[in-house]
Ligand binder design. Sequence first.
Ligand SMILES: Cc1ncc(COP(=O)(O)O)c(C=O)c1O
Length: 428
Amino acid sequence: MAGTFDDTRSAALFARARRVLPGGVNSPVRAMRAIGRDPLFIERGAGAEIVDVDGNRYVDYVCSWGALIAGHAHPHVLAAVSAAAQRGTSFGAPTAAEVELAEEVARRVPGAEMVRMTSSGTEAAMTAVRLARAHTGRDAVVKFAGAYHGHSDGLLAAAGSGLATQGIPASPGVPAATAAATVVVPWNDREALIAASERHALAAILAEPCPANMGVVEPAPGFLELLRERADATGALLVLDEVISGFRVGRGGAAERYGVRADLVVLGKILGGGLPAAAIAGSRELLEELAPVGEVYQAGTLSGNPLAVAAGLATLELLDEGAYEQLAASTAALADGLRAAARGHAVSVAALPGLLTVFFAERPPADLAQVARCDVAAHAAWCRELLARGVYPPPSQYEAWFVSLAHGAEHIERTVQAAAGAFAALGR
Ligand SMILES: Cc1ncc(COP(=O)(O)O)c(C=O)c1O
C-alpha cells in the first residue's frame, strides 16, 4: 500500500515548480504542507476520480474546493462550455446568458432580487463589505474566527485575545488600521456577538452560515437567528457568505436550509461550475447602490465571463430536487462509513449535505478554539495513508471534504475501506 505509492513525476514537477512559483503552487493549501508531504500534480479528472501525473488514481474529495458539484468533466457542463467557447471566450459586453444566470439565482436564493457577478469569491465578499459600508455609513464589520471570506485586506483579520476583539492583521502586508475595522468574534458565541454589536457601530455582520473553512462547524441552534436579530437591532446588514454552502447544502443554500434571511448573499464556486465566477445577491434597493446606477464602485474585465456563465448555468440545470436528495444520501452514507471506520480512535465526523469533516477530536468542534485542539499530526498521517490508498482528501484539518453527484456507492465503499486501512496503519 503506502510502500508501493510512486510519486516520482509529481516530485520532479514540484522541483521545477518551486523555481518559478512561490512554494510551487498558485494557492497555499495545494502545497499539502499541513499534511507533511509535497503536492501531487493532477493530469486529468472524470466524474469522482482524478489521476495524477504518475498514473495514481484517486477518489477526489476536493473537487476543486467545492466548485465541481457535478464531478469532473461532466458531459453536460463540457458541452455548454465548448458551445460557448465556439462563440467567443470573452466580450466585456453584456450577454443573454448572464441574464439567465441571474434569473436562476433569483429563483433559488431567498431575497436575491438582483445579482452582480465577479470572477472570485474574494472580490464578491469584498464588494459586499464595501456596499454594506456605503449603505450604513459605518466602517466596522463583524466576522467570525475561523471563517474565511477570501484574501482581501480587511477580511484577513485574526482575533486578538478576549471575546470579541478588534482584528489584528492575519498576514504581513495588511495595514493594522484596515484589520482594526474588522471585529473578530468566536463562532457560536452569543455573548461575544451581543457585546460586539453593542460596542461597535457595525456596517455588517459577515458569516459563513455553516462554516467550512475551519472544517465543518454547524451553527448552534438559534445562532443564525441571533445574527439576524443583532443586524436588525443595530441597523447592520447581515451578509451570508455562501461561497461554499450556496447551491450545495440545498437548492437555495444555507439561507433556505436554516430559514434565515440575509441582506446580502455572497456566492461562488458552484455558481461558476468549475470556471471562475462569483457574485453578490440581494434586494434591488441594495444592489442598485452599485455603479452604474449608484455610486459604489465595482467592476471586472472578466465578470460574467461567457464560459463561466455557461458552466454555471449547466451545473445549476443538474441540481434539481433529486440531485439534492442524492447528495444528502451519499454524504450521510460516507459520514456513517467513516465513523464506523474510525471506531476506537478519537475521531468524529461533522456532516451536512455535500460536505463533511473528519475531526481528530472526540466530538465535532463548535468553534475555532476547539478545532485547534484536534490532533493535527494524526490527521496529517491519516491523510497521507489515504492518498497512498487512492483517496484524495482535502489536505488540512481545517477544510471540508466535498462530495459530488458523481460520488456513487462504489466510490464511497472504496473510500471507507481505504479509511479503515489508513486508521489501522496509524495504530502501527
Ligand atoms: C466561504 C468562502 N468565501 C470566500 C472565498 C473566496 O473565494 P475565492 O477563492 O473564489 O476568491 C472562499 C474560498 O474558498 C470561501 O470558502
